[in-house]
Design a protein around this ligand. Structure first.
Ligand code: F6P
Length: 511
């Protein structure tokens, strides 16, 4: 299809292909979609039982089949009485266990927000160091960055994730033990990188005069908090203060849980609750709106359309917002770790392709880097523009320029140019989605992130995969452990020549 012709032929195209969801206006009209295609995709959703799968998630069934776990991150932002989810008849079927889980969620949330407020009031604490990786890092980091205008504590926030000692080393050079609170964030409390960083931070703290005796002022007890489901491992590590959560919260979906403590310290309890409310509004939309008016549903189906029918292998995320500068990294984990799979839930090899490569950078920077390829390269790469109507308190003229650039890029991708000669011409007809938030406030950000979570659920449900495990990541972890052991025992029997040579070079450099 040709987008330029499609707009001329159908004056109602914009209206048919745009949608107002909670906190997010989405313009899908510049996608290679017609209302007929959308109808066929809705049929595909029916044939693959997406609604039944969604309802199974809402019922708390163990849809993460390889780990035999429910998937209930959405419960973390559900109000005590069920809130707007009560509109869903499915909620009437909630088991006692789900209702009990909701009560526990609120108990823990209240405790977490109380702790956050205590830390906020404590003028002696100037630096918060979050040590965690993957879902125990990216969510809090993206939100604390995005809501920097809402961060009102006067404290500094540091996020340490990489096992590369430079990262922790640089942070430790800047902070003092007396005024630092370390948050050790790990669902499992076994992730090798996080544990090594946590041990090094602990050792540094003790070397700087810290104490293991909880009675002392400069104690681990007062300066370390664990955020984990593995309370015992945190206690064994020597951390007395732990905020827990549950195995039904996937790591990449955990920013709404105790893992969100740095966010709550940064923006305060009312704003954290506002972020949960925004996400809940999107949950209620996803769980109750009819498929044709359901934004996560339509975006998830669009993703299947592009991947399997148009054979587009990547999608570019272009947030036109400095605040959202880490969003793409966050979405890479969310989408690629969830849907980068090649077998179905019952172990059949898939005949179709799943998650595309997710990549991108904030605009307008990206325009001066990779947009050339988006306009004139051989591959068609759908682009997702994310912009804000209201840019907040800084330099309004900049915001106008920023968003006009986003709109112009989307227009240029579609229109192309054909009057300047082969080298300068752009083919046009390149698809994009435009997501517009009113402003980057806690509620809108909550809704935006929940939108992506549900959209990924929808495409995963059509493909019939388990979007909630990550066995591929486990293999790398296992082999790293084996290499450590071989290094200790100097046993290289059966190791391939390339791996052996790299290990020898490492040993030589270490002397
Ligand atoms: O990358 C694999 C993974 O298991 C993620 O799913 C998770 O977010 C990350 O590691 C960190 O895990 P944990 O919170 O248990 O340290």
């Amino acid at each position: 299809m040709d987008l330029r012709q499609a707009f001329k032929a159908d004056p109602a195209r914009l209206q048919a292909l745009s949608i107002n969801a909670p906190h997010v206006f989405a313009d899908l009209s510049k996608n290679l979609l017609s209302t007929d295609t959308e109808g066929l995709l809705q049929e595909l959703a029916e044939q693959t039982h997406v609604v039944a799968q969604r309802n199974a998630m809402l019922l708390g069934e163990a849809i993460n089949c390889t780990e035999d776990r429910a998937v209930m991150h959405w419960l973390l932002r559900t109000p005590v009485q069920g809130g707007a989810l009560q509109q869903s008849p499915v909620v009437q079927g909630w088991s006692g266990a789900t209702r009990a889980a909701l009560a526990q969620v609120h108990e823990t949330l209240d405790a977490m927000l109380e702790l956050a407020e205590q830390v906020r009031q404590d003028e002696g604490i100037t630096d918060i160091v979050n040590i965690g990786i993957g879902g125990s890092h990216l969510g809090p980091e993206v939100v604390v960055n995005a809501l920097e205008d809402w961060v009102d504590t006067g404290k500094n926030f540091h996020f340490v994730s990489n096992v590369d000692g430079h990262e922790l080393g640089h942070v430790l050079r800047k902070v003092r033990p007396q005024s630092t609170l370390f948050l050790i964030a790990s669902k499992s409390f076994t992730t090798a990188e996080t544990m090594l960083n946590a041990r090094s931070a602990r050792q540094w703290f003790l070397e700087q005069g810290g104490s293991e005796n909880p009675q002392d002022e400069l104690s681990i007890d007062k300066h370390f908090v664990a955020l984990t489901t593995n309370v015992k491992a945190a206690a064994d590590f020597g951390i007395g203060r732990t905020l827990g959560f549950w195995d039904w919260v996937g790591g990449r979906f955990s920013l709404w849980s105790a893992i969100g403590l740095p966010i709550a310290i940064a923006i305060g309890a009312p704003q954290f609750r506002s972020m949960l409310d925004g996400a809940h509004a999107m949950d209620a939309h996803f769980f109750t709106a009819p498929a044709a008016q359901n934004l996560p549903m339509r975006l998830g189906l669009l993703d299947v359309w592009y991947r399997d029918f148009c054979h587009f292998s990547s999608r570019c995320i272009a947030p036109y917002s400095h605040g959202l500068r880490r969003l793409t990294a966050y979405l890479q984990q969310l989408e690629m770790e969830s849907n980068g799979k090649s077998v179905t839930r019952d172990g059949q090899v898939l005949a179709v392709r799943t998650a595309p490569v997710i990549w991108g950078e904030p605009g307008t920077n990206g325009q001066h880097a990779f947009f050339q390829m988006l306009h004139q390269g051989q591959d068609v790469i759908p682009v997702e523009f994310i912009a804000l109507s209201d840019g907040g308190k800084y330099l309004g003229a900049h915001h106008q320029s920023l968003v006009i650039n986003a709109i112009a890029q989307a227009q240029a991708l579609m229109l192309g140019r054909s009057d300047e000669g082969a080298a300068k011409d752009c083919p046009g007809n390149r698809p994009s989605t435009f997501l517009l938030l009113q402003q980057l406030d806690p509620a809108s950000l909550g809704a935006l992130i929940a939108l992506y979570e549900h959209r990924i659920f929808v495409s995963g449900a059509v493909w019939g995969i388990n979007s909630f495990d990550q066995w591929g990541v486990e293999l790398g972890k296992k082999l790293a452990t084996q290499l450590h052991a071989r290094q200790q025992s100097n046993d290289w029997e059966g190791v391939d020549a390339s791996t052996l040579s790299l290990m020898q070079r490492l040993a030589q450099a270490a002397g």
